[in-house]
Ligand binder design. Structure first.
Ligand code: C2E
Ligand code: MG
Ligand code: MG
Ligand code: MG
Length: 292
């Protein structure tokens, strides 16, 4: 099998290598080139308070445009970047891009916006994460409170002590931490309390079924109550309909993110959207959906 030894090393094809693994290796080489040539794009999706419709922040989502004008989704290239170790370089590049964007939005008069960044298992376990973050924040003059780190529940369920310690150091730096895709793992109440996260993001798979399948709203309500018992804010991801927003809001869900409010978009479009909406969306549509 081909083995990567880090930058500058070479890979080779063995005749026995399956077509699938050769394609993966090709894709990895393309990804490496795309990163070096700064071809990856950062899209942003607003996160909305269900109390008053205010934009509380955005999530940064990577996009890889290809020559034919289509995108390769992060679900496809992030695992590849993780397995190859390229994710460390990519993560640091993204962090720089996000900080640059935060400064640029500030200069455009849009205020001090907050951006949530997804961090995968390899990044989270890498010992330079916190130092790298501190360095970039200082370099760009971004406040730590303007960055949130999203880790998935599966990352959070790894070696207990290490995860708790990294979260503690992140919070000491002043950044906030959210648990992404919550509800798909099996973290216990006691464990969740020890993690000391600032936000739980209810996985899209539950939100999607709200209004379709009764059990889904019950699961969302359990997560909302759980979060609130522990003093953690709860955000619903993938909200697509006014009915979902209304039901979640009635159940006490704090925040939401999804196509109903805005799809992920390039920074320039987001800036324009923020100016047009003045950083607040109308929840009246969601409120009226409750009544019938
Ligand atoms: P995630 O962090 O759970 O991000 C939410 C995903 O749901 C995003 O997919 C977003 O575009 C999509 N989404 C948001 N609202 C809706 C909606 O209303 N309906 C539907 N159908 N989808 C919605 P995306 O951008 O394809 O990202 C997929 C995953 O890739 C992310 O899941 C995250 O785990 C990972 N990812 C994305 N960017 C990065 C990154 O910079 N670093 C790392 N480590 N992972 C990333
Ligand atoms: Mg996320
Ligand atoms: Mg998620
Ligand atoms: Mg996800």
């Amino acid at each position: 099998l081909a083995k990567r030894e880090g930058p500058g090393s070479f890979t080779w094809y063995s005749p026995a290598m399956s077509l699938a693994s050769r394609q993966r290796l090709d894709l990895l080489h393309d990804l490496e080139a795309a990163i070096r040539q700064q071809q990856l794009l950062v899209y942003y999706q607003p996160q909305i308070s269900l109390t008053d419709g205010a934009v509380i922040g955005m999530e940064a989502l990577l996009r890889w445009p290809t020559a034919n004008g289509q995108f390769i989704g992060p679900d496809r290239f992030i695992p590849l970047a993780e397995q190859s170790g390229l994710i460390i370089e990519l993560g640091d590049w993204l962090l720089g891009k996000v900080c640059e964007q935060i400064v640029s939005w500030r200069n455009e008069g849009l205020g001090d916006l907050k951006v949530a960044i997804n961090v995968s298992m390899v990044q989270f376990n890498h010992d330079t994460l916190v130092d790298q973050l501190a360095l970039r924040l200082r370099q760009y003059g971004v406040k730590p409170s303007q960055i949130e780190i999203e880790i998935t529940e599966s990352v959070a369920m790894q070696t207990l002590e290490d995860v708790i310690d990294t979260i503690r150091r992140l919070k000491q730096l002043g950044v906030t931490v959210s648990i992404d895709d919550f509800g798909t793992g099996f973290s216990s109440l006691a464990y969740l309390q020890k993690l000391n996260a600032d936000r739980l993001k209810i996985d899209r798979s539950f939100i999607r079924e709200i209004g379709v399948n009764e059990g889904s709203l019950s699961i969302a309500e359990m997560v909302i109550n759980l979060g609130h018992k522990l003093g953690i804010a709860v955000l619903a991801e993938g909200v697509e309909t006014a009915e979902q927003a209304a039901l979640l809001r009635a159940s006490g869900c704090d925040e939401a993110q999804g196509y109903l409010f805005a799809k992920p978009a390039p920074a320039r479009m987001l800036g324009q959207w923020l100016r047009e909406t003045q950083g607040r969306v109308a929840l009246s549509q969601a409120a009226s959906a409750i009544s019938h």
